[in-house]
Design a protein around this ligand. Sequence first.
Ligand code: AMP
Length: 293
Amino acid sequence: MQIIHSYTEMQKLGTELFQHRLRLGLVPTMGYLHPGHISLLHALNGKCDLKATSIFINPKQFAPNEDYTSYPRDSQRDLELLEHNGCDIVFMPNEADMYPADFQTYVKVKQLSKKLCGKYRPGHFEGVTTIVLRLFQITRCSSAVFGLKDYQQALIIKRMTQDLNLGVELIFAPTIREADGLAMSSRNARLNPLHRQAAARIPQSLETARQMALNGEQSSQTIINIVREVITQDDHLIPQYIEIVDPETLKKRKRIDSKALLAVAVFAGGVRLIDNVIIGAEGTKEAITKLTK
Ligand code: AMP
């Protein structure tokens, strides 16, 4: 496994691979890897000749009051995990290289970035799209994988890739969960035992909603009320938003007469957790906890 820190070196290798018609698959991450990240690497099987993972905690996608400095980090463990899981190249740029003092160019997906998390994290998705576009350019990857745990992020990257004709094949991978259903996340490591236990209510609430929609409940408000109830039964959890939206436009939906996205953001202590599920007639028929393995 080759470890590359310099973006010029990564760009040189990416260009060489491209010229030799070798397809590079990319998994962009912020590190502190868990099985969810590793599943993305496996999703590249058969899609490329070489697999790359980028590890970069992108400061531009954190607001000043957010957890950039406390975001968990463990490069040594990450590298071991990647090596054991068939990664060929790890790109680990440093911040000063990626954002020199005169850096001033951003890419923004205007409408989708204003919805859901975008309302509460201004500038977040602009930071995400800017870094992802640059990772695509630097690595010259032919395909890239993103997790549906970050559904809005995946949709925004899809829009950017189409709008800017980036020519990168996008692969979207299902959410990998803990045994109690909690979506795996690097941030889970920052939960204290009480908050960790309470957090299991998040997938439980999504599962309740999924069942209600399967049983014919069509009112978004009724479902949202129940989701809020399940979550707030534990004082350790404070919902930031609970929304049912169109899965393509992310516009709010009053009725669930076709498939819809239920997305939540919940604070557990100081840790912000997000999760989502597709519900409604054409929504997932599989129980949330079954999606774990
Ligand atoms: P992050 O390191 O949190 O920026 O995540 C990097 C990539 O891993 C993103 O595409 C995420 O959507 C994806 N990811 C994070 N957690 C999970 C999970 N539990 N299951 C599947 N993909 C995930």
